[in-house]
Write a protein that binds this ligand. Structure first.
Ligand code: SD4
Length: 323
């Protein structure tokens, strides 16, 4: 609210009136219908899990952590958590971040042998004075917090990596098996937004490479006065435009969630052109939700889909795309 409006409000109403107005504002926030959206096909089951919390008036943050943990712990999902494809040295390294409606943030990157990096990120947020811990330090912190070491390289992922080693040719494949990083954002019944993003990153990446997913502003951003957004696809390109923050800023300036995502995708394309870089094998997808619970998505290419769950059900939607 502008200073001028604040002044008029204070002068005309006095403290009793102000109290009533504040109650009104709180009440109108409370009317929000919960909704959660998440990336790719596996978003359907992640949403179901999140809805167990969100549908019973739980917080967006709790719901979202629970939702993405399901995918992290599923060895058949080969791009997140347990069973994620390793880097070129055969090591599974995980990136994740989480953000709440107050602007609290937590993140881990290049974390090894811990199944649920999103919960470690939440512990960074809630139990440390820092916002991001990486590598061996992140693992050490996780162990101190009671997380257990686990081999995350499943026989399937190891076999695929050994096959890749025969040529060792690094060429990321877009829309691998139609699912990838899980990014999830949602609105709870109190009108609060939250979000999480978790991934094993690009398969066969260099050891120590970190993508957009654990970087607040790139892979995820939440602003309770505007909206929340998350990203999937080639992290280097998302970082270059500070993708998720850009989407949220676009919504803050009045764009619908879909338009906000589309403008961020266009910016990525613009920078490809400016750099004269090859973008033939790049995919980027953004997902967004605003404070009214309206949602939208947009991708660089065909093939990006997302799941949306509200009180009427859980559906998979195809995102529109630029090319
Ligand atoms: C990364 N954005 O590490 C992740 C991976 C991903 O579709 O989402 N791929 O760059």
């Amino acid at each position: 609210m502008s200073k001028r409006r604040d002044f008029i409000k204070n002068t005309l109403l006095g403290s009793a009136g102000l109290l009533a107005l504040n109650h009104l504002e709180a009440a109108s926030r409370k009317k929000r219908k919960p909704v959660v959206i998440s990336t790719w096909n596996f978003g359907l089951k992640a949403n179901e899990e999140a809805w167990k919390v969100l549908g019973s008036s739980g917080s967006a943050l709790d719901a979202i952590e629970k939702g993405v943990r399901l995918i992290e712990s599923d060895p058949s999902e080969r791009s997140v958590g347990l069973g994620g494809r390793p880097d070129r040295d055969g090591v599974v390294t995980l990136d994740a971040c989480i953000m709440d409606h107050k602007g609290n943030i937590g993140s881990v990157a290049a974390l090894e042998k811990i199944e649920n990096p999103i919960s470690v990120a939440r512990a960074v947020m809630e139990k440390t004075p820092h916002v991001m811990i990486v590598g061996a330090g992140a693992q050490q912190f996780a162990l101190q917090q009671g997380f257990e070491l686990k081999n995350l390289l499943t026989p399937e992922s190891e076999a695929e990596w050994r096959e890749w080693l025969k040529t060792s040719k690094y060429k990321p494949v877009i829309n691998i098996e139609n699912h990838d990083t899980i990014g999830m954002v949602g609105l709870d019944s109190l009108g609060n937004l939250g979000g999480a993003c978790t991934t094993s990153g690009l398969a066969w990446k260099m050891h120590g490479r970190v993508g957009d997913s654990p970087i607040i502003g790139a892979g995820l951003y939440v602003d309770n006065e505007a909206g929340a957004a998350t990203a999937t696809g080639h992290g280097e390109e998302v970082i270059r435009v500070v993708g998720s923050f850009r989407v949220v800023q676009n919504m803050k300036h009045g764009m619908s969630p879909k338009k906000a995502c589309a403008e961020a995708v266009k910016e990525i394309k613009k920078l490809f052109v400016r750099r004269g870089a090859d973008w033939s094998n790049t995919q980027i997808g953004f997902l967004a939700i605003n404070t009214r619970g309206e949602t939208g998505a947009f991708a660089l290419r065909k093939g990006f889909n997302y799941a949306e769950h509200d009180s009427t059900g859980n559906v998979l939607k195809d995102a529109e795309f630029l090319l």
